[in-house]
Design a protein around this ligand. Sequence first.
Ligand code: ZN
Length: 50
Amino acid sequence: MTYRGMGRRGGMGPGGECVCPQCGYTVQHQAGTPCNTMKCPKCGIPLVRR
Ligand SMILES: [Zn+2]
C-alpha cells in the first residue's frame, strides 16, 4: 500500500479521489471501498487512486 503525495494540494478530503485513467472521471474515494472495485460509469473500467 503505497501512497505518494505527488505535490497535489487542495484535495477533496482525507479520503482522496478515484479517477478514471481513460476519461478523467473523478469520484471521491470512499473508505473501505478500494478505487479499483469501482468502475467508471462511462468507460466501464476500474478507477485508480489519485
Ligand atoms: Zn472513464
